[in-house]
Design a protein around this ligand. Structure first.
Ligand SMILES: CC(C)(COP(=O)(O)OP(=O)(O)OC[C@H]1O[C@@H](n2cnc3c(N)ncnc32)[C@H](O)[C@@H]1OP(=O)(O)O)[C@@H](O)C(=O)NCCC(=O)NCCS
Length: 206
C-alpha cells in the first residue's frame, strides 16, 4: 500500500540513483552502460466513480475488530510519532518509495494533510495513514501498521476510512504508490479498488 506516493517518480537523479518510468527508452541505454535495476515501484489511482462504498465500509468494519478507527487530530501527535519512530526501518524499495520520518509538524493532521488511524485499548496508534490534499485530488503520503498487528486488515481499513471520508467531501481522484517488493501494500490497494497505472524502475550505477 501505500504506500507512498513514490517521491522520486520524476525521472530525476537522487544521489547516485535514477528513477525512470518502466517504459522509458533510456533504461536500456543505462543498462547497456552498466547501470543496474535495484528497485521497482508503482503508482495507482482510484476515482470517486469507481469506489465501492459498501466494500470499503465492510473493510472499515472488519478493521474495527482490532482497534478504534478514527480520523486523527492534533491530540494524536505523540502516538503518531511513536508509531512512526518504531517503524522507520520497515519501508522496502529504496529511494523511490522511501519514507521521510515524521516531525511534530508533519505528524499534525491539517485540512490539507489528513490523517486516519487505529488505536489500541491503551491509546497507542497501531495503524496510520496520511493523505495530502490538493483540491479534489488526494495522494497518500504513507500508511503503516505496528509490526505485531500486521495482516489483520488494519492498513487497508485506515486507508478505506480515508477514502470514504474524503469522497464524501468531494475528492474525485485518489493516488497512491509503493514498492514492488511490498506485496501487502499492493494487495491492500487493489482490495480498495486502486488500479496500477504507472510502473517505475530505480537504476544504480554499478
Ligand atoms: C503495508 C502495510 C501498511 C499493510 O498493512 P496490513 O495491516 O499489514 O495489511 P492488511 O492486513 O490490511 O492486508 C492487506 C493485504 O495484504 C495482504 N498481506 C498482508 N500481509 C502480507 C504479507 N506479509 N505478504 C503478502 N501479502 C500480505 C493481505 O492478505 C491483504 O490482501 P487481501 O486484501 O487480498 O487479502 C504494512 O505491512 C506495513 O506497515 N508495512 C511497513 C510500512 C510500509 O511499507 N508501508 C507501505 C508503504 S507507505
Amino acid at each position: 500500500m501505500a504506500a507512498n506516493p513514490p517521491v522520486s517518480h520524476t525521472g530525476r537523479v537522487q544521489g547516485e540513483q535514477l528513477v525512470l518510468r518502466s517504459d522509458d527508452v533510456r533504461i536500456a541505454e543505462f543498462v547497456g552502460d552498466g547501470w543496474r535495476v535495484v528497485a521497482r515501484s508503482w503508482a495507482a489511482q482510484l476515482t470517486a466513480a469507481r469506489i465501492d462504498a459498501d466494500a470499503l465500509s465492510d473493510i472499515v468494519r472488519r478493521g474495527r475488530r482490532h482497534g478504534t478507527l478514527r480520523e486523527l487530530d492534533g491530540g494524536d501527535v505523540e502516538p503518531v510519532l511513536a508509531l512512526d519512530s518504531a517503524t522507520l526501518g520497515d519501508y522496502p524499495g529504496g529511494i523511490a518509495t522511501q519514507h521521510t520520518p515524521l516531525t511534530r509538524s508533519t505528524a499534525w493532521a491539517t485540512p490539507a494533510r489528513r490523517g486516519f488511524g487505529a488505536f489500541d485499548e491503551a491509546g497507542r496508534a497501531i495503524a496510520i495513514t496520511f493523505v495530502d490534499l490538493d483540491g479534489q485530488h488526494a495522494e497518500t503520503d504513507f500508511t503503516v501498521v505496528v509490526r505485531e498487528r500486521r495482516g489483520l486488515g488494519l492498513g487497508t481499513a485506515v486507508k478505506a476510512a480515508s477514502v470514504l471520508t474524503l469522497r464524501a467531501e468531494g475528492v474525485e481522484v485518489f493516488r497512491t504508490g509503493g514498492s514492488a517488493e511490498n506485496s501487502a501494500g499492493l494487495a491492500s490497494n487493489l482490495a480498495l479498488g486502486y488500479v496500477v497505472d504507472e510502473e517505475w524502475v530505480t537504476l544504480s550505477p554499478s
